[in-house]
Design a binder for this molecule. Structure first.
Ligand code: ARG
Length: 466
């Protein structure tokens, strides 16, 4: 028989349809390669479950102890990289249970899955895993915020142009700009904390979809696993992946904030601006242009926002149209979430490093301040002399035009010229041309005056600390 005939036979009538799983299908179905990172959550959930089985009289005290001992051994094997994966281990749940029975014997090991399904097990594991990761991510976010707030507090003297439409607008403190980004991250911190109660809902005890018939004590399970509440509907509990969608949405928005901050810093680090300089630790050189120092860290922070948004959008599409309870589509929750958690964790630490180590150049910031940025202050000056703002705006505009015509700065207009523009101008108009004064006048809550920077720092610290 020629090898081609051989192939045809196999392809059409052979191994593919004999009833055993196609090797490619096995590979397609298998989630162990990525869900093994939840091994500790899986063991934790199973130990708690064994205690509920003990209370329900399904296992005795000796058996429960054995299960617990075996599971701890399994966990140790994973931790030490010694867990021997077998070809037909489908996911972390089947792998751990297979190994447990090898260690303590099938007679006892085989009792663990009573009244449980991988459907409630996997939903429980994901929630345990995400709660733990979220605590770590929250800490990274707090670290970043602390660095931003400390810098803002220390560098309050530096005044720079504030931009709208990327055009020089009005003078502000560098601290004010930095804290404007911190405000976004503070909201992200609030939002992350608000997600917690919705992650912390216990599915375990729901079994495949219809609950368990052993009156398992779910309150015991809740306490053992540190969940805030218990899923009230077994069909919903095994189907619900909203906590993952919300986390991905949360992460996407955080990364969009990060991306906008990165963009500011990229612009300000260019030679044209020169307001900030990245440390060598977070820059790279060019392979061909030796003079270059590229802000790769910031560019990656900007770029990763697209990646996380993509994970969020992709998983939402996987969820759309999935019928009630568990369907295998739901296995598609893992890779997007794991990737987003990894990406966010790295991004937050990189951002912290970038912000902690960059240097600012207050002289360059000051050089970029031009007197026309005080045109609004001229209008405000006239308002204080009783002129209606709409009129003052016009007069101030004419002073800018006049200076432009004469190719001088508005601060160089003569007293005579000012008087011509409006009889309300007196000698004290010259006091307007001071950037520090301009910023200090903006001392209502939320403004860039020193006192309000201090207030922002205090309020931010309180929100971080909670
Ligand atoms: N590996 C599966 C997942 O991640 C576990 C649940 C499998 N349940 C099932 N009925 N096949 O979703």
């Amino acid at each position: 028989m020629s090898s081609e005939q051989d192939f045809t036979k196999r392809k059409l009538w052979g191994g593919r349809f004999t009833g055993s799983t196609d090797p490619l299908m096995h590979e397609f179905n298998q989630s162990l390669k990525y869900d093994k990172r939840m091994y500790a959550a899986d063991v934790k959930g199973s130990i708690a479950f064994s205690k509920a089985l003990l209370k329900a009289g399904i296992v005795n005290e000796h058996e429960q102890k054995e299960i617990e001992r075996g599971l701890k051994t399994v966990e140790g094997e994973w931790a030490e990289g010694k867990f021997a994966v077998q070809a037909d281990d489908e996911d972390i749940h089947t792998a751990n249970e297979r190994r447990l029975s090898e260690i303590i014997g099938k007679d006892i090991g085989g009792k663990l899955h009573t009244g449980r399904s991988r459907n409630d097990q996997v939903a429980t594991d994901m929630r345990i895993w995400l709660m733990e990761e979220s605590t770590q991510v929250e800490q990274y976010l707090k670290d970043l915020l602390n660095v931003m707030v400390s810098r803002a507090e220390k560098e309050v003297d530096a005044i720079m142009p504030g931009y709208t439409h990327l055009q020089r607008a009005q003078p502000v403190r560098w601290s004010h700009l930095l804290l404007s980004h911190a405000q976004s991250f503070l909201s992200d911190l609030d939002r992350l904390r608000q997600l917690q109660p919705r992650i912390s809902v216990l599915p375990l005890g729901s079994a495949a979809l219809a609950g368990n018939p052993y009156s398992l004590d779910r309150e015991l399970l809740r306490k053992e696993l540190g969940f805030k509440s218990i899923g009230e509907n077994s069909m919903h509990a095994v189907a619900d992946r909203d906590f993952i969608v919300e986390w991905l949405q949360w992460a996407s928005l955080l990364q969009i904030h990060m991306s906008r901050m990165a963009e500011d810093l990229i612009i300000y680090s260019s030679a044209e601006f020169g307001f900030v300089q990245l440390s060598d630790a977070y820059s790279t050189g060019s392979s061909i242009m030796p003079q270059k120092k590229n802000p790769d860290s910031l560019e990656l922070l900007r770029g990763k926002a697209g990646r996380t948004f993509g994970q969020m959008a992709g998983f939402m599409m996987s969820l759309k149209g999935v019928p009630s309870t568990y369907n295998k589509d739901l296995q598609e929750d893992k890779e997007p979430l794991f990737d987003a958690v990894d990406t966010i964790s790295a991004a937050l630490r990189i951002a912290e490093g970038v912000i902690a180590t960059l240097t600012i150049n207050p002289a360059k910031m000051a050089q970029a301040l031009t007197m026309d940025m005080l045109a609004t202050d001229i209008a405000d000056y006239l308002v204080r002399k009783g002129v209606p703002f709409r009129e003052t705006h016009h007069i101030s505009g004419r002073s800018v035009a006049l200076a432009e015509q004469n190719k001088i700065q508005i601060s160089d207009l003569t007293m005579e010229q000012w008087k011509d523009l409006s009889p309300h101008f007196t000698d004290d108009v010259m006091d307007v041309f001071d950037f520090e004064n301009s910023v200090e006048k903006r001392n209502a809550i939320g403004g860039p005056a020193r006192g309000m920077i201090k207030r922002q720092v205090d309020v931010a610290r309180e929100r971080i600390g909670k």
